[in-house]
Write a protein of this length. Structure first.
Length: 288
């Protein structure tokens, strides 16, 4: 794979300078989604200014705002992907990830992305063979896609920041659900809000056992930033929660919600926990 190519692109997360944004996935099947099970404490301090789309050869923006880029399969249904699946909370919307056999509900103000859409963040990491590291999820929904619009370089190219993103991904390599819950959410706060700073982030050192309303047992963990030193119109602290569990095949899977913290429209923790409570299995995983 060649080096990242800087191109204009849209976005979605908080942001200041020296922040990277992520990655458009042309097809969910074009990427191997694995857990960010490497402990956050080993994270490097290097900031990044360029990103590369993984899959399809398309590149995402190198804008200082590290908002998630979005790409979808051309034939994807713009809804949840299964009209027969009903929300378990009246008035909410269903988000389905056929690849991992999962579903959950989000409040009506969230925008459900097509099943082939991937969201996440990428940043420079010189310790990696490619020079980059990332967190990515599919089966996604986004909150307020134009929550904040900025032009940090004053070049006339604006970037839209989303208030929040949520979705699921595989967790290949995880030993247990606690490992997923502890090691995943801090990367979402780092990638979306504090990069290149990690000192402002705190995270749970132990997973909390949890069983969803559908009887799915696993563990969840939180990560939060405070006094994020990044600057810019859309800069904000962030928070993320990850729930680790197993799908019908017995494979480890993670559900994550990442959002801005300490802002006027902050998603309350109680709402996030209600979304988590709706996580459930949706048949058998479908590869491809």
């Amino acid at each position: 794979m060649g080096g990242p190519q800087a191109q204009p692109g849209g976005g979605g997360g908080g942001g200041g300078r020296n922040r990277t944004k992520l990655v458009a996935i042309v097809s969910a099947s074009a990427v191997v989604l694995t857990a960010a099970v490497t402990g956050f404490v080993v994270l490097g301090d290097d900031g990044g200014t360029k990103t590369e789309a993984k899959g399809g050869g398309a590149s995402a923006s190198a804008s200082p705002t590290p908002t998630p880029s979005v790409s979808t399969d051309a034939g994807s249904n713009p809804r949840s992907g299964d009209s027969e699946e009903k929300p378990t909370v009246a008035g909410w919307k269903v988000v389905i990830n056929p690849k991992w056999g999962t579903a959950f509900d989000v409040p009506p103000e969230w925008e459900v992305q097509p099943p082939g859409t991937a969201l996440g963040y990428e940043w420079e990491d010189k310790a990696k063979p490619t020079g980059y590291d990332s967190v990515i999820m599919t089966g996604t929904a986004a909150l307020k896609p134009k929550w904040c619009t900025s032009d940090p370089d004053k070049d006339g190219k604006t970037s839209d920041s989303r208030l929040g993103v949520t979705g699921t991904k595989g967790a290949s390599g995880a030993k247990n659900t606690d490992e997923i819950a502890v090691n995943t959410p801090a990367w979402w706060v780092f990638g979306g809000y504090t990069n290149p700073d990690k000192k402002s982030i705190t995270f749970d050192k132990k997973g909390t056992p949890y069983t969803t309303a559908a009887g799915i047992a696993g563990s969840y963990g939180w990560a939060r930033s405070a006094n994020n030193p990044t600057k810019g119109k859309c800069a904000a602290d962030g928070k993320a929660i990850t729930f680790g569990f197993k799908n019908s095949k017995g494979d480890f899977v993670s559900w994550t919600l990442s959002t801005a913290k300490g802002v006027k429209d902050e998603v309350p923790d109680a709402t996030i926990m209600k979304i988590l409570s709706t996580v459930r299995l949706h048949g058998d995983p479908v590869e491809g």
